[in-house]
Design a protein around this ligand. Structure first.
Ligand code: TPP
Ligand code: SF4
Length: 333
């Protein structure tokens, strides 16, 4: 019988895989000496994707900048659950901005650091999809256009969660929110419309744009690291399920995020200077029903009877993403 060498497929995981990797390649989060930038004790809901995404993103940014980091934070869940005055979970220099001006505040910090001759101190701004694609959109577009030296991170939970799940311009079609009730033909955004923030960021031609999800945290860390290799405006869009607003089990956050990618509904890619340079392929293609069914915000699509035509329209969005970004192995160039 021929001898087959043992292969370790899991070198990318956070547990056993890390021990098989050289120190420099291990995940930031697996390192006991990581900064722990967003500390325990905050008030996020159980299973909050935003808290998870922020923890990984900011620890990775701290690592990449050798702890020389300042963060500006838009109002939203991330700010409210982490920093109920006078307490805070942040273990980094961190400033509260208004709902709509995190990008402008970060730009100001970057300008001040430049004047003070401190190029090693890097700046990030962060906020939810409402703070990013709606009220903060103008400030962010200006930051992109001027190519200010800031990494902007959007935690996309597809609605205004902090104030009770109102629709944002990132809310997907057919999703129920407090302001888009599950009645009529097309609650939620109009099909084919809405704002595609990563595409808008790419259209500004900025040095680096990437998307990521909390189901692939190693990829998320790598994208933060890559973003910090550039100077100028950078944009990272992280897909962060919200158990409270989406109506799914808090233990399902990772599964829902993975399904968003594996259906094609949330394409995961990187772009540099206006061009897509890499995509994360779908490993096991899933129909959109698998993603929609566990979420109560889409319950009206299945009860009392399946809304076949609406589900087909959502599937068409996923199929279009798959074609556009070449998300299937077979479809890749
Ligand atoms: C000018 C202004 N309008 C409204 C609010 C109230 N407000 C605070 S946070 C928030 C929603 C935040 O939504 P999002 O940016 O999507 O972040 P999330 O809470 O979902 O993480 C709203 C409407 C405010 N603080 N300032
Ligand atoms: S409402 Fe959603 S985003 Fe806000 S803390 Fe809870 S799970 Fe996180």
């Amino acid at each position: 019988m021929s001898f087959q060498e043992v292969k370790f497929y899991q070198t990318g995981t956070f547990t056993v895989g890390n021990r098989l990797l050289p120190d420099a390649e291990r995940s930031v989060q697996a390192n006991m000496r990581r900064t722990n930038s967003l500390n325990s004790g905050h008030r996020a809901c159980q299973g909050c994707g935003e808290a998870l995404g922020a923890r990984y993103a900011i620890d990775a940014a701290m690592h990449a900048t050798r702890n020389q980091l300042v963060a500006a934070n838009a109002t939203g869940c991330l700010e409210v659950f982490s920093t109920p005055y006078p307490e805070t979970s942040w273990q980094i220099p961190w400033i509260h901005s208004l709902f709509g001006n995190a990008a402008a505040v970060a730009t100001g910090i970057a300008a001040a650091l430049k004047v003070k001759g401190k190029p090693d101190v890097r700046v990030i701004a962060q906020g939810g999809d409402g703070g990013t694609s709606d009220i903060g959109f103008g400030c962010l577009s200006g930051m992109f256009e001027r190519n200010d030296d800031v990494l902007y991170i959007c935690y996309d939970n597809e609605a205004y969660m902090n104030t009770g799940v109102q629709r944002s311009s990132a809310t997907p079609p057919a999703a129920r929110t407090a302001t888009t009730a599950a009645v009529g033909d097309a609650p939620g955004n109009v099909f084919g419309q809405g704002k595609n923030m990563p595409a808008i960021a790419i259209a500004h031609g900025i040095p680096y744009v990437a998307t990521a999800t909390v189901s692939e945290l190693r990829d998320l860390e790598a994208k933060v690291r890559r973003a910090m290799e550039f100077r100028g405006a950078r944009y990272l869009h992280i897909f962060v399920p919200c158990p409270l607003g989406w109506g799914h089990e808090s233990s399902d956050t990772i599964r829902i995020a993975r399904l968003a990618k594996e259906t094609g509904l949330f394409p995961v890619f990187e772009a540099e200077h206006g061009e897509v340079v890499s995509v994360s392929r779908i490993r096991r293609r899933a129909p959109v029903e698998e993603y929609l069914k566990p979420q109560r915000r889409f319950a009206h699509l299945f009860n009392p009877a399946p809304r076949i035509e609406v589900i087909a329209a959502i599937q068409a969005i996923a199929d279009r993403n798959i074609r556009k970004y070449g998300l299937l192995e077979a479809a890749s160039p």
